[in-house]
Write a new protein. Structure first.
Length: 144
């Protein structure tokens, strides 16, 4: 006797936004989140993205965006082609990265300094030299 073949029911339904229940996400999201991500919010974001004249999707086709691209290209080509501007911009970028790393990893530095005094002397020496030449501006309330 042959085994009966199974029929797989695979289909979709297309609904207008008015027919979708507002808390459809309740079936797969936890309690407070499905109130914030209800159907109205998601459909509102989709309508803004696809239909609004202010949508970020349409920015590349605006006059201002094109002018910004041209200005950015002019700046980058100037920096790459000018032998004086390239190292100057590299130094400025290095100082900005140094500030960002200092403020982001400051709690980690404090813990490392508490463990090893050699790191404390090294970090303090580098920081003092940069502050002396006005290349680094630590916060007013210092912990290091």
């Amino acid at each position: 006797m042959e085994a009966k073949s199974h029929i797989i029911n695979c289909h979709t339904h297309v609904f207008k936004s008015d027919a979708i229940p507002p808390f459809l996400a309740k079936t797969f999201l936890v309690w407070p989140i499905y109130y914030f991500l209800n159907t109205g919010v998601i459909l509102g974001l989709a309508r803004f993205w696809y239909n609004s004249k202010l949508s970020p999707r349409r920015w590349p086709y605006t006059y201002f965006y094109r002018r910004l691209q041209i200005a950015q290209y002019a700046y980058r080509s100037f920096v790459q082609r000018n032998p004086i501007a390239r190292p100057l911009v590299s130094i400025i970028n290095l100082l900005l990265i140094l500030h960002a790393v200092y403020f982001i990893f400051k709690p980690l530095l404090i813990k490392l300094i508490a463990i090893n005094s050699t790191i404390h002397t090294w970090v303090s020496a580098v920081k003092n030299v940069l502050v002396q030449f006005h290349l680094f501006y630590p916060p007013i309330l210092q912990l290091l």
